[in-house]
Design a protein around this ligand. Structure first.
Ligand SMILES: Nc1ccn([C@@H]2O[C@H](COP(=O)(O)O)[C@@H](O)[C@H]2O)c(=O)n1
Ligand SMILES: [Zn+2]
Ligand SMILES: [Zn+2]
Length: 582
């Protein structure tokens, strides 16, 4: 079979799904990628395709007389033009997302950074779901009084087997939210009366925690322990997120957790068998798969094909998504990237590494204040602010949001002694601040290869042939090769391994330094940084100087006008990269 526009991925080698009595589909950290990955066939399914997939999965569940529960664990917001380019942000997404037949959902931190986003989530999304939107530890202040952001818990009975499920929605202990919301640590919330009432309910067959929390996070352990105190053997199924990885963890014989990646690349599948046994010591069978989000895979797992896969609703949404992208002007060509730049597929320091390119070339040029042009400056941005690789070729308006979506502004500390400023970078690297610097490496910050790069290029068919049942060779391309508590067979598609390299927490550009600065450094410099890390800069300068000299409120804007990294990047690409992508 030759690749075609409708089926760009023929001949993949799949691992099948194993259905149980209770089955789940899980998405997390979609970050606005609901039109799919336009430059990566492996993740090219859009939300319309997902709607068709869910509909077939529900049909199959009915045919098997088992149940399917569909969940999403937040961070639907920020990271793609489809979300970020509208005013207010998320305007389109909030309108089309609820077409997905979701059973239970919760919010992530990205629904709460911006006050308007949080308000609109509360006013437009939460009511739509009539209680199925759960937020066990988030409050909002709309009227001068704090009130629950959404339902604290949601109990429902499954359609076919009549299983009684009580679900909770927990956000990690997030402190960067806008002041119209409040996030309580899970360890506090589990002492609240409503939680005790919910877990003391004896008419429950399974507890489900949908968390915007890394499944290794201790906060989840607190919630599980609280439930276990009351119900030592009841099944507890956890779905996590936030760290953008595929992962699966077995907590005890009746409790596991699944985390399903990022950016609408992954649909997690989990099944549980043995739930109907009345015996207390009956064992459960758990099964997990990470499904690559593309039509070929969706069709494989639902035994459909190009003729039978699409539902009318799915097709309509796909058409609408194209229309919305056009209305937002997302395909507008800004310039042509001369090569690929990666966040972590090339080591920091390599000319193919995006952070290295930013540090050496982009930041010194675009982060400039006309009135202080001659003053030496060091420019810091947190690496977590850069979200995705740049591919060689068309760099569109959309790409600017995909790569650098956040609306942080540049601020500065004026005339900082060089002896202090020069130590900041090491300070950041050693700082244990848990939320300012996440890692976007799907391996959760741990490089899987400390050595210089070997080939990261697409493997050819000749190099990697896996026999299919019908004798045709399978195409193996680089992708997820997940290792979790159940082993290395979780990914639904056989991939060759991608090598991931670690990134620093913060990168540093320098500009307007004298040529001989390494021997004759300037007495003072301007320290310029994204305001997202303003608190860390103040803390760092104070610690290095050994006195409380800086407060966040002392830092002034560095540039006039719209100086978000998104806009500055657009300007750089428009001015420096060719406009003819041949
Ligand atoms: N204005 C912002 C907001 C967030 N970040 C970075 O994103 C991280 C959180 O992203 P998740 O998808 O993992 O929740 C945060 O820790 C920052 O690194 C940012 O840079 N600016
Ligand atoms: Zn996220
Ligand atoms: Zn998050």
């Amino acid at each position: 079979i030759q690749p075609s526009a409708r089926n760009p991925l023929p001949n993949q080698q799949f691992r099948d799904l194993k259905w149980g009595q209770l089955n789940f589909l899980h998405t997390t950290d979609n970050h606005g990628w609901h039109a799919g990955h336009l430059q990566e066939p492996q993740y090219s399914a859009d939300l319309g395709d997902y709607i068709s997939f869910v509909s077939h999965m529900r049909r199959i569940a009915d045919e098997k007389n088992v149940d399917l529960v569909v969940v999403d664990t937040g961070d639907r917001a920020e990271g793609n033009g489809l979300w970020d380019a509208s005013d207010p942000m998320g305007n389109y997404t909030r309108n089309f997302y609820h077409q997905v037949d979701v059973d239970v959902l919760t919010n992530g931190n990205h629904e709460l950074y911006n006050g308007t986003t949080a308000t609109n989530e509360f006013l437009e999304m939460v009511p739509y779901y009539e209680g199925r939107y759960v937020a066990s530890n988030v409050d909002i202040n709309m009227t001068g009084e704090w009130e629950p952001f959404a339902n604290r818990s949601h109990k429902f009975t499954t359609k076919n087997l009549g299983l009684r499920v009580t679900s909770f929605g927990f956000l990690f202990n997030f402190t960067g939210n806008f002041y119209n919301t409040n996030v309580k640590p899970a360890s506090i919330v589990i002492k609240e009366d409503w939680f005790h009432d919910a877990i003391n309910d004896q008419d429950v067959d399974l507890f489900m925690i949908i968390g915007h929390i890394d499944i290794e996070d201790l906060e989840l352990g607190h919630v599980l322990a609280a439930i276990r105190k009351v119900h030592p053997t009841i099944p507890v199924q956890i779905f996590g997120g936030h760290s953008h990885i595929r992962n699966f963890k077995k907590y005890d014989e009746k409790s596991t957790a699944l985390e399903s990646g990022r950016y609408f690349e992954t649909v997690g599948f989990l099944s549980i068998d043995g739930l109907l046994s009345k015996a207390k010591d009956a064992s459960l069978g758990f099964f997990r798969r990470y499904i690559d989000a593309n039509r070929a895979g969706y069709q494989h797992h639902t035994s459909t094909n190009e003729e039978t896969f699409d539902t009318l609703q799915g097709l309509n949404l796909t058409a609408k998504l194209t229309q919305y992208r056009a209305e937002l002007g997302l395909d507008r060509l800004i310039g042509c990237a001369p090569q690929d730049y990666t966040l972590s597929k090339d080591p920091y320091g390599s000319p193919n590494n995006w952070y290295t390119f930013l540090e050496k070339t982009v930041l010194p040029k675009v982060v400039a204040n006309e009135e202080r042009l001659g003053v030496p400056r060091i420019i810091f941005i947190n690496t977590g602010s850069q979200r995705f690789d740049v591919f060689k070729g068309a760099f569109t308006y959309d790409t600017s949001f995909i790569v650098s979506p956040f609306t942080s502004r540049f601020r500065f500390a004026q005339d900082v002694p060089w002896v202090h400023a020069s130590q900041l970078r090491d300070y950041f690297e050693d700082d244990a601040n848990p939320y300012s610097y996440p890692t976007l490496n799907p391996l959760h910050g741990e490089a899987n290869h400390p050595l210089p790069p070997v080939s990261n290029h697409i493997y050819t068919q000749a190099q990697n042939q896996h026999p299919l049942a019908n004798g045709r060779p399978a195409t193996v391309i680089p992708g997820y090769t997940t290792s979790d508590d159940f082993g290395t067979d979780g990914d639904d598609t056989v991939h060759s391994e991608i090598i991931w390299y670690p990134s620093p927490k913060v990168i540093q550009g320098i500009a307007s330094f004298p040529e001989d600065w390494e021997v004759n450094p300037p007495e003072t410099v301007d320290v310029v940084f994204m305001d997202f890390i303003g608190w860390n800069v103040a803390a760092g300068l104070n610690e290095i100087a050994g006195r409380e000299e800086w407060r966040v409120t002392d830092f002034k804007p560095y540039m006039e006008g719209e100086d978000t990294m998104t806009k500055l990047l657009l300007e750089y690409v428009r001015d420096e990269w060719k406009h003819d992508c041949v």
